[in-house]
Design a protein. Structure first.
Length: 398
């Protein structure tokens, strides 16, 4: 990954400019670092300009400029518009210097060059891609998938990343791939590095990795129990979804549902409960005095039996003695998961509610239901549980 040597100059009104010594932008291992060194006297001036670091984060992009930036002897133009600082670090040395490091969210740069191949680096381990493709148990040089009019060529990059060749300058081309990866592998994929060459110029965009996928079990835990077509690998899933036939509004709604589902893995169970319910709300819900009845009817559109997610009257939930009070003064006993969601939003949660959610099977059932909804919305209509796992089903009995 690149290391850009650059003159980093701090320029702020009423202060003399400070040029950092040994300025560098280092892009490696999913991270972007801005590094440099100041003398002790310069550090005192710089520190006094931002007491307790107040205003520095908002000042950062306005007060730094980059000159004489080079990458492998090529002159580059650096752009930090849109970035923010994840972390800042300084080390003071006895010899009179202070080393500064800033971890950035994103950066871009450009340079003139002869024609190069455009490519993107995805924060998705190549092994997870090969393990979910039919008849592949090794690392081939390239993997090629097709989606509508596009060809996707994947290549091994390193242990925790995959190289994508092709139309990486096309946002739609990338978006359709990322949304399918997010759902099938249960992750929040990121395009860490995108290099686009056009008319003798290469433009590079870098986005820091947020999640260490190489150390995670990247799989959708509900999909192995469900049949949704002739094959249930990523190739079949990706090539047979109807994503490209949807209008932009439907795509955004579905993209948000998939993001919400994948985001759950990083949340505690009570928060997962609220996030999964938000997917139900968007597709089968309607806030009224009896949300359970409303959802019961609308879940049937997806062949889901709401009673298998949570009973109409849950005795364990009733034991918590939670009461919803309407604006009219009417009091309603919280006795199902729909009313529990409303109670949490309007009256806050408590330790007893957290314990109930963690010890019940409500999260597992909600995840199955959300999975079935999303599969349906992607165009897979022949969905059923595998025979040996039918006792886990939340679908209407056939």
């Amino acid at each position: 990954m690149p290391i850009i040597s650059v003159d980093i100059i701090w320029s702020k009104k009423t202060y003399d400019d400070i040029k950092l010594i040994d300025g560098q932008i280092v892009i490696e291992e999913g991270e972007i670092w801005l590094k440099g060194r100041m003398t002790s006297s310069e550090w005192r001036v710089f520190s006094n300009a931002y007491p307790a670091n107040v205003d520095f984060l908002t000042d950062f992009k306005k007060c730094l400029r980059f000159e004489n930036a080079y990458l492998d002897r090529k002159r580059v133009e650096v752009n930090i518009l849109g970035t923010y600082i994840y972390r800042q670090h300084s080390i003071n040395y006895l010899k009179g210097y202070t080393d500064l490091s800033y971890k950035l969210s994103e950066i871009s740069y450009s340079y003139q060059c002869e024609e190069e191949e455009s490519y993107a680096i995805l924060d998705v381990p190549f092994m997870h891609l090969t393990n979910n493709l039919s008849n592949l148990n090794h690392y081939p040089q390239d993997i090629i998938l097709y989606k509508d009019d596009y060809e996707y060529c994947f290549r091994f990059y390193n242990y925790d990343k995959t190289m994508l060749l092709g139309n990486v300058d096309n946002d739609d081309y990338l978006d359709v791939l990322l949304v399918h990866m997010s759902f099938f592998f249960n992750l929040l994929p990121n395009v860490f590095f995108r290099s686009i060459n056009s008319n003798g110029q290469t433009i590079v965009e870098c986005h820091a990795q947020k999640y260490p996928f190489a150390n995670e079990a990247l799989y959708h835990s509900e999909l192995p129990y469900i049949l949704f077509g002739e094959e249930c690998n990523f190739t079949y899933f990706f090539e047979n979804s109807l994503w490209c036939t949807f209008n932009n509004e439907s795509k955004m709604k579905l993209k948000n549902a998939i993001y919400t589902f994948a985001r759950c893995k990083y949340c505690d169970e009570p928060t997962q409960f609220l996030m999964l319910y938000s997917i139900f709300d968007r597709y089968v819900g309607k806030f009224n005095t009896d949300p359970y009845s409303e959802m019961k009817n609308n879940f049937l559109h997806y062949n889901i039996d709401i009673s298998k997610i949570g009973k109409r009257t849950d005795r364990e939930l009733q034991k918590l003695q939670l009461i919803l009070e309407r604006g009219s003064g009417k009091k309603v006993v919280v006795d199902n998961f729909c009313l529990l969601r409303h109670y949490i939003l309007h009256f806050m949660a408590n330790a007893k509610i957290d314990k109930y959610i963690s010890e019940s099977d409500i999260i597992d059932n909600m995840r199955f239901a959300a999975t079935i909804i999303i599969l349906n919305e992607l165009g897979f209509s022949n969905i059923k549980f595998r025979t040996e796992w039918d006792y886990l089903s939340v679908m209407v009995d056939s």
